[in-house]
Design a protein around this ligand. Structure first.
Ligand SMILES: N#Cc1ccc(Nc2nc(N)cc(-n3ccc(CO)n3)n2)cc1
Length: 289
């Protein structure tokens, strides 16, 4: 249920790094349409040969992407199948949010309003997927792409695109799942087949924490045993300075899936946060939000 793309229409560009089980390249897709030839900037996501046993799940994630379209979901042009499985996606100009946030951390400041706008767009997108009974399963700033930077001086907002979920956690080994703590929900580490809609809410909470902490979560660099212990002891991430936001994050990161808020409720809370002048106050006092 996705378009098959012929390899000869793809011109390969530079390597842009890698995802969990993939290598990422820039590319150009050339199409001929009644004598008119036109080129499209694309992103080529190649499944690593060492993970070829995940090939079916990789293609499954792609076909889910091609079934739905939304302004905040990365567009899938199609798949090139051959020796490698290659996902051909729209090229999102500014790349992954985690790298962008880490770069900004040193230089120019990103305002609380900017971060909340990103959070709201993500919540809307996850609410849309929820209404379609689609579980993403891999929400993190690594899979959020920045299409437009926005400009706080002119008040133009940023614009994000949520990438595909990649290989599903339901086929992953325990150590691969442990490596995804604290983004992967506790119930999924215990039993990956217990991936429920509410698991995306947990990941949303961890992603929100990451966005407000400059694109990283200290826990994520700890040893696997420390990560497992964090869940066994039912610990929470450190409380952020912005209390209302910290409360929302902890509600999302409830160890009991069914006590987590719906994305409709999350959107409502985020809208209330935005209208409060608290963040303006903090920005003015150059708080480290
Ligand atoms: N420097 C730089 C730079 C890097 C990437 C892009 N663009 C892009 N477009 C997509 N559709 C998907 C991705 N991804 C990157 C990692 C993943 C993992 O999911 N996706 N990157 C633009 C600039």
């Amino acid at each position: 249920t996705f378009q098959n793309i012929r390899p000869e229409t793809i011109i390969w560009g530079e390597s842009l790094g890698q995802g969990s089980f993939t290598k990422i390249f820039r590319g150009i897709k050339r199409d001929i349409d009644n004598e008119e030839s036109y080129e499209t900037d694309v992103l080529l996501k190649v499944l690593d040969i060492t993970y070829r046993n995940f090939n079916e799940s990789f293609l499954e994630a792609a076909s889910v992407m091609s079934l739905i379209s939304h302004k905040h979901l990365v567009l899938l042009h199609g798949i090139c199948v051959g020796t490698d499985s290659i996902m051909v996606q729209e090229y999102v100009k500014l790349g992954p949010l985690d790298i962008y946030l880490k770069k900004q951390k040193d230089g120019s400041r990103i305002t609380a309003r900017w971060k909340l706008e990103v959070a709201k767009q993500l919540a809307y997108t996850l609410s849309f997927l929820r209404d379609k009974n689609i579980i993403h399963g891999n929400v993190s700033t690594k899979n959020i792409l920045l299409s437009r930077e926005g400009d706080s001086s002119t008040g133009s907002p940023p614009f994000i695109k949520l990438s595909d979920s990649g290989v599903s956690i339901t086929v992953m080994t325990k150590e691969l799942l442990t490596d995804r703590i604290p983004w992967v929900a506790p119930e999924c580490v215990r039993d990956p087949r217990s991936l429920v809609q509410e698991s995306d809410c947990w990941s949303f909470g961890a992603t929100l924490w990451e966005i407000f902490n400059g694109g990283s979560i200290p826990l994520s660099v700890l040893e696997p045993t420390a990560k497992v212990k964090f869940y066994q002891d039912q610990l929470q991430l450190p409380i952020l300075k912005w209390t209302e936001l910290a409360n929302l994050i902890n509600c999302c990161m409830n160890y009991r899936p069914f006590l987590r808020p719906s994305f409709r409720a999350i959107i409502r809370d985020l809208n209330n946060l935005i209208t409060s002048d608290y963040e303006l106050l903090v920005d003015l006092s150059t708080g480290d939000l």
